[in-house]
Design a protein around this ligand. Sequence first.
Ligand SMILES: [Zn+2]
Length: 95
Amino acid sequence: MVIQFKDKEAEYKEWCGTHKDGYVFNRAGGPTGNVLHVVSCWHLNVPSRKGTYTTRYPKYCSNNLNDLMEIVEEISKPNSWRECTACLKNTKGLA
Ligand SMILES: [Zn+2]
C-alpha cells in the first residue's frame, strides 16, 4: 500500500514516526526532483524544512518497497526518478 501526503504535515509526520523503516518518494518533479528516500534520511529531517515537507512537494510513502516501485515510474512522468545517494545507496540499496 502506498499513501500520498499532500498538504498533510501532521499525518505525514505521524506516518514517519510509526514507519521508521519505511520509504518516502519525494515527487518534486523536473529532471532531478523525483527522489526515493528511506524515512530516516537527513534530507527528510532538515529542521528548517519541517512543517513544509508535504506542502512544497507531495510525498508517496510505503513500508513496502515493491509497492512503491510499482508507481514511481508512472508518477514521475514526464521525467524519471532516482534513488537518494545519501540514504539508499549507502545503507540498504535496492536489490
Ligand atoms: Zn535520502
